[in-house]
Design a protein around this ligand. Structure first.
Ligand SMILES: [Zn+2]
Length: 151
């Protein structure tokens, strides 16, 4: 199966939106080093006014970005790496797409009887019935990556 334009668009949108949120939060963190991950999560909905397209992607992806940033900052504090840098288009996209792929794979592996999904990383809860269409999307994304990387 080849991904429909829509699936590929959604993947690209998710990557683009994640990068945007990451960069905005990194800049806020640079302005105010006391900003916690929890503060940043609360900031995400405030971005919807300025960037309404953020509403089009899975909110879990956007929240999980904060935890990526937190991991980077923790590495820096432990002197295991440099201070997190702004993400540029195309650079480390493969990391992000892999991450998105794994996240969706974990979701689809859940027993269908479980009506709610809770992301272990960002703690967001998603009601399955409401998100039936999202599940179909995950299947599309998984087949897309199978085609792309396993052949
Ligand atoms: Zn999440």
């Amino acid at each position: 199966m080849y991904p429909s334009i829509k699936q590929e668009e959604l993947i690209n949108k998710t990557i683009g939106c994640s990068r945007l949120v990451y960069n905005i939060m990194l800049s806020k963190k640079k302005d105010n080093s006391k900003l916690t991950s929890f503060d940043m999560i609360k900031e995400i909905p405030k971005l919807y006014n300025e960037y309404p397209f953020l509403k089009e992607v899975d909110s879990c992806s956007l929240r999980c970005v904060i935890f990526d940033l937190e991991n980077g900052l923790n590495k820096y504090y432990k002197k295991q790496g440099g201070y997190p840098k702004y993400k540029k288009k195309g650079i480390k996209d493969s990391y992000r797409t892999n991450y998105i792929k794994n996240k969706y794979k974990n979701k689809i592996m859940k027993d269908i009887k479980i009506r709610e999904y809770k992301c272990p990383k960002c703690g967001i809860e998603i009601e399955r019935d409401i998100n039936a269409s999202i599940n179909i999307m995950y299947e599309g994304i998984i087949s897309y990556y199978k085609e792309r990387y396993q052949n």
